[in-house]
Design a protein. Structure first.
Length: 611
């Protein structure tokens, strides 16, 4: 008789699984500098090998598409070939019977449209311009283009003040970003090809925690030009800092009592202590910037008056208003917005949630901040309600993990349906409608759809709404600032169409984003305002970085920052994340491959320490 046996993985299967893991790690590390034509061709071949081959678009079309891409790489193509690639990919996308064939063609179609210049460069001159333009992935993926390999090398040498100076050339909020940056640079670190990405943000924090305070560099000769910056958040202060270094006279108007924007009024102290933020702001103000706090545009001074008084105006007001659920009962006194809660705490208004049940609606970083803050305000139980899956949350994975580790409960695939009120008009429960994972949307995430299931009741004493932030634009619309869907319209140079001397950037233009993106917007605005005023100032840094030495650092685990885990978080707003030790920083900085000097980086002629 036949018998069944427990199957153990054979050697071939074990090797295959290892190869899959290695390939996945290398694909994850594929930087923007890799040739987009070659990348499209390789993914196309991979997908073509996986299709069933039953339909003509996949069996024949994908093969023809691969031949056309090969012609581009072999310099046997013409400009008409590029048009044929686009037509063929579109035809396969429209007619493929399976998702694999459709996705393969769609990927090629997206690439040929997004990298048209690169395709044409291949045809005309037989070279890839993408690899020459963005050779160092960590630098190119940092919105502010901070010299990451440079400051990691300085940390390795123990030159922490120089590391901070080098970072500050491109990002004046070096301390704040060391604590709360989303660190997109780490996602494309080429070290992934060896083991795991370098803990870039952790090394930045080690540098700022061990560097001695220093004065800002001397500004350039005074130009006599005046610039008004509306908004004292990271974007506005970044623009003000660089414009002041360029020799312009800068005045900042801030609505709140203190500078810092959402860094001060939106991020809790357990993630970003106030003294760390003040360290950056104090350094920025040493350049001679004039500051007016508690000034609201449209109430205390009109936008028209500011526009007349200054040679240029930069609008960087951020997104400080809260979005509404649109549910009946939302006006109950115990239904509050996360923005309102965090801003109140930043101003010293600390509510008491002792023993209360709190329900938080939303899946972003603000939702995680509100949830963890509620625990520190004494909440007995915190439930996070989100209409999508946990893996679809926009919050950083580490923020989600830390919220769960601290005791927050996540309730995914539940959409808010209605708020139950008691006789006194206070919310006593949130009713949710179960959701089902649906088709993928334009944002790359599957859309939730209503499930055939009964509504779910969540008893609660407080409901915190964290579904997004809005922008208050009406004071600026009065002078002709155009808006669309609640955001100020500005071009890629930060210029506001139709207004000669008005610029805008940051969350006010892009919608709610991250700190480093606000910094990048401020940096771009400063450069373009300087050009508008008739100058071409260059921000430089005279830090000398030792030559890179090729090392044979073997595969080594990544050093992650550790959290303080307590039995109770009530009342404890002290810093959660612990920094690296000296031993850890030395080891982690040694893992950097110095891509600025080896590989594609050599085509850039070394480091560019000015802009």
């Amino acid at each position: 008789m036949s018998r069944l046996y427990i199957e153990n993985p054979g050697q071939a299967q074990t090797v295959l699984e290892g190869l899959y893991r290695d390939m996945a790690r290398r694909i994850h590390a594929s930087p923007p500098g890799l040739c987009p034509v070659d990348m499209s061709l390789n993914f196309l071949r991979l997908c073509h090998a996986q299709t069933c081959g039953k339909c003509v678009p996949c069996r024949i079309g994908l093969g023809q598409l691969a031949e056309l891409l090969e012609q581009v790489l072999d310099r046997t193509a013409s400009l008409d070939t590029i048009a044929l690639i686009e037509e063929t990919a579109q035809a396969i996308t429209d007619s493929a019977d399976c998702a694999i064939g459709y996705e393969a063609a769609r990927m090629v179609l997206t690439g040929v449209r997004g990298f048209r210049d690169d395709y044409e460069e291949h045809v005309r001159n037989g070279r890839c311009i993408s690899g020459l333009s963005h050779p160092v992935p960590c630098v190119s993926t940092c919105p502010a283009h901070v010299d990451v390999p440079g400051y990691i090398a300085l940390v390795r040498e123990g030159r922490y003040e120089d590391a901070v100076r080098l970072i500050r050339k491109d990002n004046p909020f070096v301390s704040a970003c060391a604590y709360v940056c989303e660190h997109p640079c780490e996602g494309r670190c080429r070290r992934h090809m060896v083991d795991d990405g370098v803990n870039i943000c952790g090394l930045k924090r080690f540098a700022v925690d061990h560097a001695r305070p220093e004065d800002a560099p001397a500004p350039a000769e005074a130009t006599g030009k005046t610039v008004a910056v509306i908004g004292g958040g990271p974007g506005g202060l970044t623009a003000a800092y660089y414009l002041s270094l360029m020799g312009h006279s800068v005045t900042v108007y801030e609505q709140r009592p203190k500078l810092g924007g959402m860094l001060r009024y939106g991020i809790p102290d357990y993630r970003l202590p106030q003294e760390v933020l003040d360290r950056d702001i104090d350094h920025i103000l040493t350049t001679g910037i004039t500051v007016h706090t508690n000034v609201s545009i449209g109430r205390d001074i009109s936008m028209a008056d500011i526009q007349k008084q200054y040679d240029a105006v930069y609008i960087s007001i951020g997104a400080h208003a809260d979005k509404k659920l649109g549910l009946e009962g939302e006006q109950a006194p115990n239904v509050i917005s996360a923005v309102e809660l965090l801003r109140g705490i930043g101003e010293g208004d600390i509510p008491d949630f002792t023993g209360k049940r709190v329900c938080v609606i939303g899946g972003g970083n603000v939702s995680m901040d509100a949830s963890r803050t509620a625990l520190r305000l004494g909440a007995e139980h915190v439930t996070v309600v989100y209409r999508r899956r946990v893996e679809d949350m926009t919050a950083l994975a580490e923020e989600i993990e830390e919220a769960m580790a601290e005791g927050c409960q996540l309730l995914p695939l539940q959409a808010p349906a209605r708020i139950e009120l008691d006789e006194g008009g206070s919310a006593v429960a949130l009713w949710t409608r179960p959701q089902l994972v649906g088709p993928y949307g334009k944002d790359g995430r599957p859309k939730p759809v209503g499930a055939d299931a009964p509504e779910f009741r969540i008893p609660c004493d407080y409901i915190i709404v964290a579904i997004g932030q809005a922008i208050v634009t009406y004071p600026f619309e009065a002078v002709g600032v155009s808006t669309e869907r609640g955001a100020i319209q500005a071009d890629l140079t930060s210029s506001v169409p139709g207004l000669d001397n008005v610029f805008a950037g940051g969350d006010a233009v892009s919608g709610p984003a991250t700190v480093i993106r606000a910094v990048a917007a401020g940096k771009v605005a400063a450069d373009n305002i300087d050009g508008y005023l008739g100058y071409e100032h260059i921000i430089s840094c005279d830090v000398d970085i030792s030559p890179a030495h090729l090392t044979n650092m073997p595969p080594c685990g990544r050093v992650n920052l550790k959290d303080r885990h307590l039995s109770s978080y009530a009342g404890d707003f002290t810093l959660v994340k612990e920094g690296m030790s000296l031993e850890e920083a030395r080891q982690e900085s040694s893992r950097c491959l110095r891509c600025d000097h080896f590989g594609f980086g050599i085509f850039k002629g070394g480091r560019n320490r000015e802009w």
